[in-house]
Design a protein around this ligand. Structure first.
Ligand code: NAD
Length: 277
């Protein structure tokens, strides 16, 4: 299987399909990540907040796969938005991963209500990028107003905005805004943590094309051009979620799934979420 890549606004390529490790037990993360690498995934999405960067790092080493063939993303945790804290936290991420660089580093949440302005945090991200130890930088859970501020006041355009996207939260306005600025969308909780898998419309399409509802939903993301990294610790599902490239949805199928939107979040609202662990 050849996984399509997307070229980011700085010329770097990212595999459009990856493996996410949110809610993977730190003790299971090495094995889960190794399974994903064995299946063929070459893009891993972790975060300091998940507590499992070390397990990802162990798997990278144990896999024996050339580091340059794997795309690794991590994220700045919420307690570290001040400039100096951000730089220290990034060092901590590299230490935990036992790597001398990450492919992509993201601000995990904008935290618009805390006493540190995310523009300060973005400028720290720009310093990290300039050091070469993050090959790309981006953001997560940024709304259009948050993006506009860093576009106005920063000097590097984020390569991605990683946001919640699935058939019940299609995010078309924010995705379109991203496209207009060269910011690709990464879709988190792409199957709404399982919440869309019994949907009638998706089930009908799945029966017609002979794929599972998870595969149809992930394929919908791929055909819309977003980057996805479904999570599972079950090998058969890890394989299933990788097997998306021997079928195609019609434009009508894509439109029918997009029409399921009901602006329904499974996770927090980024305008309200100001949680610091
Ligand atoms: P997801 O939509 O990938 O769903 C994962 C859950 O769905 C699994 O726990 C499993 O129970 C089930 N599942 C997976 N594959 C299945 C299949 N083929 N058939 C049936 N059930 C299946 O949800 P997620 O883990 O929340 O999101 C994916 C990744 O996105 C995360 O691991 C993480 O990397 C990222 N993420 C980022 C943020 C953020 O704030 N930036 C937030 C949440 C998730």
């Amino acid at each position: 299987t050849t996984i399509p890549t997307i070229t980011l606004n700085n010329g770097i390529q990212i595999p459009q399909l990856g493996f996410g490790v949110y809610q993977v037990d730190p003790a299971e993360t090495k094995d889960a990540t190794l399974t994903a690498l064995e299946v063929g995934y070459r893009h891993i999405d972790t975060a300091e907040m998940y507590g499992n960067e070390a397990g990802v790092g162990e798997a990278l080493t144990a896999s024996g796969i050339d580091r340059s063939e794997i795309f690794v993303t991590s994220k700045l945790n919420n307690g570290f938005h001040k400039r100096d804290d951000a730089l220290t936290a990034f060092d901590g991420t590299l230490d935990a991963l036992k790597q001398d660089y990450v492919d992509l580093f993201l601000i995990h949440w904008p935290l618009p209500g805390i006493d540190v302005d995310y523009v300060e945090t973005w400028k720290a991200m720009e310093e990290i990028y300039a050091s070469g130890r993050a090959k790309s930088i981006g953001v997560s859970n940024f709304q259009q107003a948050h993006l506009e501020r860093i576009l106005d006041e920063g000097s590097v355009v984020p390569v991605v905005n990683q946001i919640e996207v699935h058939p019940y939260l299609t995010q078309d306005a924010l995705r379109e805004f991203g496209v207009s600025k060269g910011i690709h969308t990464e879709a988190w909780s792409p199957i709404a943590q399982g919440g869309v898998l019994k949907d009638e419309t998706i089930t009908e399409i799945a029966e017609r094309v002979g794929k599972s509802t998870a595969q149809v939903t992930l394929r919908w993301h791929i055909q819309r051009g977003d980057i996805v990294f479904p999570k599972s610790v079950t090998r058969s599902r890890v394989e299933e979620n990788f097997d998306l490239f021997d079928f195609e949805l019609t434009d009508a199928d894509v439109a029918a799934i997009t029409a399921l939107n009901k602006d329904e979040r499974t996770g927090p609202d980024p305008d309200e979420f100001n949680y610091i662990p």
